[in-house]
Ligand binder design. Structure first.
Ligand SMILES: CC(C)(COP(=O)(O)OP(=O)(O)OC[C@H]1O[C@@H](n2cnc3c(N)ncnc32)[C@H](O)[C@@H]1OP(=O)(O)O)[C@@H](O)C(=O)NCCC(=O)NCCS
Length: 279
């Protein structure tokens, strides 16, 4: 009989090993980070006492996000994946979440569609193994100094409350953040998490028509990341940004589809994901 229980510290090694069978490049700290933001948001599926799958979710007020779904190969096609999704949906809805998002891997639109999720937009997962950019012009404004404006702006566009998540990225020493203003009006911001050998660029939110502003924000971050492997997740429709990134050496690793269960709550904007598992 399959069941789902909340993940504990003792499950991190199992979760990390299982996730990395998919080359997701995860560490126990990733689950710890998720649990620091959402203590009961990580789940383990069991067949009696045998651990056979994992998933994570997080709530941002009315918006929730689902991710890191994986089931042991020999247990697939027996309903365990569906059980983990339904468990998370139930958990998030009980917390007052009305709209749940996820990034579906290729081939999984029907799986999530059967569970009620609807396709919204396709994204590219972009990466460059070693970024080679020379530092030239001065960048836009530092995001740390404008953190409360960034949080308000993010709330307006994302539709959920990501204050704690944004602060854990923007205020962390070594990470990067920039924002762009037109007079006093915030037009966009970007943040990047910087590790020893790699960096993740996102979230970015920028007013819909301001591709030049988004370009400037991304370039400001990239100028600081030379020599690292760099990743980001960008909507396929952002052709100008794709061209700029291909010129900087990025390639598309694979595509994902953003899907939602529940009414849309975000405003149209230029968007880079914070991560695949948290939106
Ligand atoms: C995606 C994944 C988690 C699904 O897990 P799963 O346990 O196989 O999921 P389910 O059994 O609930 O559903 C899978 C399929 O089996 C079918 N199924 C479920 N129970 C079944 C049963 N008893 N007999 C036959 N088929 C069954 C479902 O209808 C579903 O069909 P679909 O693929 O046409 O939608 C699993 O394939 C996996 O770990 N993939 C690798 C990681 C990955 O890609 N994760 C997703 C990231 S977005």
């Amino acid at each position: 009989m399959f069941q789902v229980k909340p993940m504990s510290v003792n499950d991190y090694e199992f979760a990390t090993d299982l996730a990395n069978t998919m080359n997701w490049n995860m560490a126990p700290e990733d689950f710890e980070f998720n649990r620091s933001l959402e203590p009961d948001g990580c789940s383990v599926a069991l067949d009696d006492s045998t651990r056979i799958g994992i998933a994570t979710c997080i709530s941002f007020g009315q918006v929730g996000w689902f991710g890191n779904l994986i089931v042991e190969k020999e247990y697939r096609k027996h309903g365990v994946g569906g059980l983990l999704v339904k468990h998370a949906v139930n958990y998030l809805q009980n917390k007052g979440v009305t709209t749940i998002g996820l990034y579906a891997n290729p081939g999984l639109q029907t799986f999530y569609g059967t569970l009620g999720f609807k396709l919204e937009m396709d994204f590219s997962v972009l990466s460059v193994e070693t970024l080679d950019v020379t530092e030239t012009e001065a960048g836009p404004e530092n995001g740390v100094r404008h953190i409360s404006e960034v949080e308000q702006f993010d709330r307006d566009y994302f539709g959920g409350e990501r204050k704690r998540l944004l602060e854990s990225i923007i205020l962390e020493k070594g990470n990067l953040s920039y924002c762009a203003f037109d007079g006093k009006e915030l037009e966009g911001y970007v943040a990047a998490t910087v590790y020893e050998k790699m960096a993740w660029v996102g979230p970015l939110i920028c007013q819909e028509s301001k591709v030049d502003v988004a370009t400037g924000l991304i370039q400001a971050v990239l100028r600081k990341l030379s020599g690292l492997s760099v990743y980001m997740v960008l909507p396929k429709k952002e052709k100008t940004l794709h061209e700029m990134l291909f010129d900087a050496g990025f390639d598309e690793e694979f595509s994902v589809s953003r899907m939602f269960l529940g009414p849309p709550v975000s405003k149209n904007c230029i968007y880079l994901a914070e991560s695949l598992e948290r939106g």
